[in-house]
Design a protein around this ligand. Structure first.
Ligand code: HSE
Length: 433
């Protein structure tokens, strides 16, 4: 049967911001190409928006726009719903209603997936429809599909990601210019890389949601954002960035998902020093990258733009093609894989290395007292050096791998020592083999 004679696949779009506009633009302007790739014509049947009558830079019939999102997803003849509204509600109730009414769903909603992915997955399984979300993690970078499908026959042991472009831009600017956090944030806002309210990015919430999704996929275990330890970059100083340089490293905000020796999962987001020789150290500006370690494949890195209209729309549209093909074939694709149900451990049980800068009196016995505090908690010192002298003396300690709780207890004891004026910085060191 000629393509044009086939029943069109009906697509509804929820949200028409930067990403939604680009999705609608490409879907309509490249409709013939999409029809060939999918095997049937596609028809955009409605675009749900918050406010009617707003001027949009989009060449589609005005009657496609509606403020009745629920009416659009429940009309009963929609094959694929694309959700790019974001946030928890009304996105959750719209996605659930879409699935109940027979549509497959493509979403970019990291916050919802990280908070309540379980409900969405269960609804998709019950409806025998697809729930695809490549755009929810790291924008255009294919990482969800590789974890869900390409690596399904392997055993992933660690995922290290730079999954927030705003913070990577700020940290990169601090490293390049020597600026402090506040100045680098100002510059990022001026250039449009940071929002007017940058909290979700700079406090690590955005990265923590992505870490929860990555950890769940990597370890076949339900992980929510509340399982992810989160520290942002607001406390990172120009001195931290210089200290990183002293040990041949750069500071990055990392999402780290790993299996420990006992087979338990930890997921954390925090600034960390990584050696300049590590592939993630070369990720500059607002770019994202995800570094995956697995038993079979070894080390893999996925790199690219993690935000923006066209890059995010690329990921959304890739999912649209796949779920549309599934609809035509009468099948659904990969669902939730949480059978391993591994223990998720708190940050105290995570093991890594640390860089600790301690302001001390410059006199005999200080090094020995500090070293004893580390030894008392079984934290082994790899290197120690003194910076400055007299009133400016600082001991910079880099440890071997230790438990996070042991390091915290060490730092608490070090702060109590008479000859210690303060602990000016504690930063984890990652990516050291
Ligand atoms: N605000 C995010 C970033 C993109 O800066 O990478 C959307 O998750």
């Amino acid at each position: 049967m000629p393509l044009a004679d086939r029943r069109p696949l009906r697509i509804a779009l929820l949200g028409c911001g930067v990403v939604g506009t680009e999705v609608a633009r490409v879907l309509t302007s490249d409709a013939e190409e999409f029809a060939r790739r999918i095997g049937a014509p596609v028809e955009l049947v409605g675009i749900a928006v918050r406010r009617a009558g707003r001027r949009r830079d989009l060449d589609v019939p005005e009657e496609l726009f509606t403020t009745d999102a629920m009416g659009l997803v429940t009309r009963g003849d929609v094959d694929v719903v694309i959700e790019v509204i974001g946030g928890i509600e009304p996105a959750r109730e719209l996605i659930l209603a879409a699935l109940e009414h027979g549509a497959s769903v493509v979403t970019a909603n990291k916050a919802l997936l990280a908070e309540d992915g379980e409900t969405l997955y269960e609804a998709a399984a019950k409806a025998e429809r697809d729930l695809y979300y490549e755009a929810a993690v790291a924008g255009a970078i294919p990482i969800v599909r590789p974890l869900r499908e390409s690596l399904a026959g392997d055993r992933v042991t660690r995922v290290l990601g730079i999954v927030n472009g705003t913070t990577n831009f700020i940290l990169d600017a601090m490293s390049t210019t020597g600026a402090g956090f506040a100045d680098a944030l100002d510059e990022a806002q001026r250039l449009g890389y940071a929002e007017a309210d940058p909290t979700a990015d700079v406090e690590g919430f955005d990265a923590a949601a992505k870490a929860a999704i990555l950890a769940g996929l990597a370890f076949h275990t339900r992980v929510t954002i509340s399982d992810v330890h989160r520290e942002g970059i607001t406390e990172v100083t120009a001195a931290d960035v210089r200290s990183a340089e002293e040990i041949g490293s750069v500071v990055k905000l990392l999402a780290i998902c790993e299996l420990d020796a006992e087979g338990a999962v930890s997921a954390r987001v925090h600034p960390a020093m990584i050696p300049t020789s590590h592939p993630l150290a070369s990720v500059r500006g607002a770019y994202n990258a995800v570094f995956v370690e697995s038993e079979g494949a070894g080390q893999l890195m996925f790199y690219g733009p993690g935000a923006g209209g066209a890059p995010t729309a690329s990921a959304v549209l890739g999912d649209v093609v796949t779920v549309a093909q599934h609809r035509l074939a009468g099948i659904s694709g990969v669902g939730e894989s949480a059978h391993a149900s591994l223990e998720i451990v708190p940050i105290g049980r995570a093991r890594t290395r640390y860089h600790v800068a301690i302001d001390v009196d410059d006199r005999p016995g200080v090094l020995s007292a500090v070293a004893q505090a580390f030894a008392a908690h079984d934290v082994s010192i790899k290197t120690v050096r003194q910076e400055g002298h007299g009133g400016d003396a600082q001991l910079v300690v880099v440890t071997h791998e230790a438990e996070d709780a042991a390091l915290s207890a060490t730092v608490a004891d070090v702060r109590e020592l008479d000859m210690v004026r303060g602990v000016s910085s504690v930063m984890r060191v990652e990516g050291v083999s």
